[in-house]
Design a protein around this ligand. Sequence first.
Ligand code: SMG
Ligand code: MG
Length: 378
Amino acid sequence: MKLESITLHRVAMPLVRPFETSFARQTTRVLLLVHVRTGGAEGGAEGWAECVALEGPLYSSEYVEGAEHVIRHYLAPALLAAPDVTAETVGPLTAFVVGHRMAKAALEAAVLDAQLRASGTSFGGYFGAVTDWVDCGVSVGISPDLDTLLDEVSGYVEEGYRRIKLKIKPGWDLLPVAAVREMIGPDMLLQVDANTAYTAADIAHLAGLDPFNLVLIEQPFVEEDIRTHVALARAIATPVCLDESIVSVGVALDAIERGATSIINIKPGRVGGYLESVRIHDACVQHDVPVWCGGMLETGVGRAANVALAALPGFILPGDTSASGRYYAEDLVEEPFVLGTGEHAGQLAVPTGPGTGVTVRGDLVRDWALADPVILRQ
Ligand code: SMG
Ligand code: MG
């Protein structure tokens, strides 16, 4: 396909409740949407994607304005100049730029959406989805107090979520975990995420999580520090799962072989795209390492693609693929994600339409715009 234009939309969407992690408290999701149009013989295909970078460089070094800048000045010009672009060539065509994986992932996903809409294939079909429904978990932020936390968690349990993830940090760990485990009972899947808030000096303290039978502890130490994750994995019974550290299939394999992680959180934005995500999935299946799909407070645009990815066979743990209503009163797509009922309680249906299978609501993209769209052409 020849790319005719790449349009960037910066929007701000109010969250239904504040989301607090060890690094920030968010009340609004500021995000970048990428819209591509193709020309050439196929003519007129369109694709949409969402860049998962947060407003500030707090979860990762990437952030919304930085992603917009690198797309405008480096990535988009390379793609717009290429005579033929497919999702499979976005990686090679943009490899001259170091890092900026979230920005690259958004471009790759938008091109993939256009390509698959043109051929009438769904994301799930393209990835090799093996199921029509995926198990959903929910990520619960740090609360002002235990009562508020228990209220929030019990609401999610009633809604049917199949797994609870608690955000933790020093000073907010053993007590909330104990209280939630007591409330939800011994069988409900429960895990924690520290977003790099601990250090090697906390290993003995983190062993205090072992009695609560957690599915995993996610990313307690800084992203470059594989060694301390190895030490923790040797010292505690709770499985260690890396998120921030895993930026490619090579890093994933290295971390697995060194014993730093026995479960992997796959976030397509963090690893540079859905194609690299599928490669990580395949490598993990080969090594018998379970994977699950992470979340970045996506709108329906990114969620649709994540749910399709989570339908691959290695995604055996529920993902942070929650329903639209967990985040937004009104989602950006015409088909908001709603949890199933009956045997599909706590699950989301994998979209089946061409591309992501969802339709972006142009009215909301305009209503929530933070700036005029940026239209890039060759
Ligand atoms: O999308 O439900 C979601 C959020 C899941 O906890 C979540 N994401 O480290 O895994 C993580 C965080 C990163 C984003 S925090 C704004
Ligand atoms: Mg995480």
